[in-house]
Design a protein. Structure first.
Length: 128
């Protein structure tokens, strides 16, 4: 948690803290995700040293093409985002169906709000 505090503001509302994994990379270590209204921070805990390191830290406004889908049968949410370094995918596993829908709602509050705000700001800015 000390690592997360370093990369998020004290007044920034936390929307989600969850373990997650990367599809197709079962031995890559364990991932932990912090999503606030302004930042996305993902840490990776190495399988050998068990020392958390920042894997991804970006403001929500820098994330593009954010897509997620909830799979009720697999009890997981598949999150895909485009970052400046490439496309990233994470699986967030839910323990029960109600938790999965809360994950979906938290992602919607952050990403639908930020994309609408950025489109509105682009609309207001003068054309170059």
């Amino acid at each position: 948690m000390k690592l997360f505090r370093r990369y998020s503001d004290a007044d920034d509302q936390t929307m989600l803290v969850s373990r997650c994994s990367r599809p197709g990379r079962p031995r890559a270590g364990r991932y932990l995700m912090l999503l606030t209204r302004q930042h996305l921070v993902v840490t990776r805990d190495s399988a050998v040293l068990h020392r958390p390191r920042v894997y991804l830290h970006l403001p929500v406004s820098k994330l593009e093409a954010v897509r997620w889908s909830a799979d009720p049968d697999g009890a997981l949410v598949d999150l895909a985002i485009s970052t400046p370094r490439g496309r990233e995918r994470f699986w967030i596993r839910a323990l029960y169906a109600g938790q999965m829908w809360r994950l979906d709602a938290a992602l919607g509050q952050v990403f639908r709000h930020s994309s609408a705000a950025s489109r509105f700001a682009a609309f207001l800015s003068p054309a170059a």
